[in-house]
Design a protein around this ligand. Structure first.
Ligand SMILES: *Cc1c(COP(=O)(O)O)cnc(C)c1O
Length: 427
């Protein structure tokens, strides 16, 4: 459920704010998030986990805007971070170290040091080489670092090949079959304390079966490790819960929570790392129509939003349902059209053969389910400014990241004078 709806005049609103009001004040393209949806998704998930000893460690990489983080921190959320930058954001938003887990295959020594200093809940370790660095950094700081291995259960799941992480051909995790031996090594290290097991099999997973398979394997491993004498206190089950995009339904949370209860039981502390589930449907990308371009075969709607603002359609073939911000009358005819951006790439396409009312330059088009992996993946490709973000709450809105000025975009560049060109260009 979300809080984007048409009002009685047929204007698409975020909570109580008509999207054209935001477009007028902030310009387009712009991301708009509904605070009520963020809160609702967090609470609905929390309710589904009722009775479990759970920590919801929001996966920052889906949307790390500080205002989003502060809102979730106020609800009691923890954080799953994958870099020093994300760790810094989580701490700044008021998420305490004891609610932060650190994931990722390439943690640098500096990042590990920051996380040790922040006294985080758990490092989710992806290789022995990384474990050795964590041990050394922790010893140098006179601390012991709590760790879990991210185990790879070799299941295939996820909405797209590029977001499937749980089969053995990916770079992620350690093979579950080898993990007992790795835990035994970890136990010998003075800077390491074994606290848990971690698994994350992919993203946008709509079928509960691969979750069940992975969780069952983790439960079995937990039993083995406890028999080996390890104190497994935390099982981190990762994220990956699929959400609705367009007509495609999401994974029912009750079904997911039952899979957790059936396989992992109620005794261990469980960490969940949802990203998309919390923020996906809380955001829309609002754009303006620049031009209509028609030939005998296709009708193109050229928007001022592009792949640099929302990369998912180009990167994953993802579908973000487009909506005309001003709803046409019930009997207005729909026309198939291709919604495209201005970037000089033929992959800069949001939707092909989308049924839309007749649009004209200046009309607004909003793409749904853009709150996760949207703004955070934006770039300045084609020297387009980074897309701004707005949060709505009730009938108010605030710009939570503004559009940079040209000067700001250029400000990191430093002129460098190459050696004089001495090539003899005379004919
Ligand atoms: C990306 C990621 C998540 C969040 O995935 P969602 O599909 O957004 O829920 C959680 N944990 C890890 C380790 C990740 O890489």
């Amino acid at each position: 459920m979300h809080h984007f709806h048409y009002d009685q005049a047929g204007i698409l609103c975020a909570e109580g704010v008509p999207l054209p009001d935001i477009a007028r004040e902030v310009g387009t393209p712009v991301y708009v998030y509904a605070a009520a949806t963020l809160r609702r998704h967090y609470r609905v998930f929390q309710d589904a986990l009722d009775g479990l000893d759970s920590l919801i460690a929001y996966s920052l990489k889906a949307n790390p805007n500080l205002s989003v983080l502060r809102l979730l921190a106020d609800l009691g959320a923890g954080a799953d971070v994958v870099s020093g930058g994300e760790l810094d954001r989580a701490l700044r938003a008021g998420i305490p170290g004891e609610r932060i887990v650190f994931s990722g295959v390439g943690k640098t020594e500096g990042e590990i040091g920051e996380a040790v200093a922040a006294d985080i809940l758990q490092f989710n370790v992806e290789s022995v080489a990384e474990l050795e660095v964590i041990n050394r950094v922790a010893c140098e700081a006179n601390r012991s670092a709590p760790i879990a291995f991210r185990v790879n259960p070799d299941v295939t799941a996820g909405g797209h090949e590029k977001i499937a992480t749980g089969h053995r051909h990916t770079k992620f995790g350690v093979p579950i079959a080898r993990s007992r031996e790795l835990y035994a090594r970890a136990r010998e290290m003075p800077g390491i304390v074994v606290t848990g097991i971690d698994v994350h099999i992919g993203s946008q997973i709509l079928d509960v079966a691969p979750f069940r398979t992975a969780f069952r394997a983790v439960a079995e491993l937990a039993g083995d490790l406890r028999a080996d004498g390890h104190d497994i206190r935390i099982i981190d089950v990762g994220g990956g819960i699929g959400v609705p995009y367009g007509d495609q339904p999401g994974l029912p949370l009750g079904t997911y929570a039952d899979a957790v209860r059936d396989t992992l039981g109620m005794e261990t502390r469980l960490v969940f790392e949802p990203g998309r589930l919390i923020v996906g449907n809380a955001g829309m990308l609002v754009s303006s129509v620049l031009y209509m371009k028609e030939d005998s075969e296709r009708r193109f709607v050229i928007l001022d939003a592009a792949m640099n603002d929302l990369l998912r359609p180009t990167l994953y073939g993802a579908h973000h349902q487009p909506f005309a911000v001003t709803k046409p009358g019930a009997r207005a005819s729909q026309h198939p059209c291709d919604l495209v951006g201005p970037v000089c790439e033929s992959g800069d396409v949001f939707a092909e053969d989308a049924l839309m009312p007749l649009l004209a330059p200046g009309d607004l088009v909003a793409f749904s389910t853009a709150g996760a992996y949207g703004a955070v993946m934006a770039s300045e490709y084609n020297s387009r400014p980074l897309v701004p973000e707005v949060m709505v709450s009730g009938d108010r809105f605030g710009i939570i990241r503004r559009r940079p000025t040209r000067e700001e975009s250029l400000s990191l560049e430093v002129p460098f004078d190459a050696e004089p060109d001495t090539a003899d260009c005379s004919p």
